[in-house]
Design a protein around this ligand. Sequence first.
Ligand SMILES: [Zn+2]
Length: 389
Amino acid sequence: MHRLSGTGDSALIRRINTAIVLECIRNESPLSRARISERTGLNKATVSSLVSNLIAGGLVSEIGTGESSGGRKPVMLLFNAGAGYAVGIDVGVNYIRGLLTDLAGTPVARRETKIARRSPEDVLPLLHDVIRGLIGDAPASRYGVVGIGIGVSGIVDDGGTILFAPNLNWRNVPLRRLVEERFNLPCVIDNEANAGAAGELRYGAGRGFADQIYVSVGIGIGTGIIINRELYRGKSGFSGELGHMSIAMDGRQCSCGNLGCWELYASEKALIEHGEPYASFEAACAAAESGDGQAVRLLETIGAYLGTGIANIVNVFNPEAVILGNRICIAERFVRDAIEREIERRTQTYNREGMRLLFAELGEHSAVRGAAGYAISRFFDSLNGQGAG
Ligand SMILES: [Zn+2]
């Protein structure tokens, strides 16, 4: 942790130190003031003063007493996760998934709806219904619903406009502005795979890894690249479009304009091509489970293509972990062997040594948890901007 002292703007230093103390309590609560001082390097008087503000602001409370190593027993501090709530949304190609979480990111309510028609005019009213429902689900609390985070599978600019979502066929949809105007709450929009990566990093399979690549496989593929526990966004925030890396030079036509994109061969799209009864991961897995050899082979082929693309990723990034998430989690038992086989065939031992291939711990909820996490982070940033408490 960084701490600042001495010269400079003392109000700014106080805000930064407040954020450090709050982050420490969010991560390690319950803990004592003395422990915060040890963990942050801030002196005890400073910690006490900042904690008083956080208690006055309703974000922290005191509980009972902790273990003592002799002498006076320390009062323990608890993060008040129920001081506010956040809405997380995942807009998929054929569904909207919504979640209400407390400020610790723990889910308290869920709402989902199917998308039949994909135009923004059709989808936005459904999105508004899901958000309105979740806001209505929030228990009474000091800060109420603090914000909305939304993950969308598409290219999102830093103003929250969906520039292009090939699988929804959306162009230039100013989603953040539309949602903020409707609900009068701050809204954060990001690519679905980035949101999924953030969700697994904070709450799921990625917690123990600094360098990891999250691969979201549904109808299409997106990736979230985490380097040193931070999302790598690239120059304009458009990194991670690995679903459109070319793996077949003269391959099939993709909706992005390219030929032979990875997602055409390694996502649910490859199943849709085959029609019923194989047209989704659920359908293909049900057929495979009942002994349908063609379904087994189709899923193995998808696994082999996934492994081929992941081998490229491993060769580029040498990550500690690759986490497969979104709808592919349904098919883990039918694709895992083929994925591992291709990674082994196509990478150097040096690059994959110790690399973990994992499936998302949050299953299909990585993105929606990550999206709610964005809204929570934005809320704490805004508090710190004003000086918490
Ligand atoms: Zn493409």
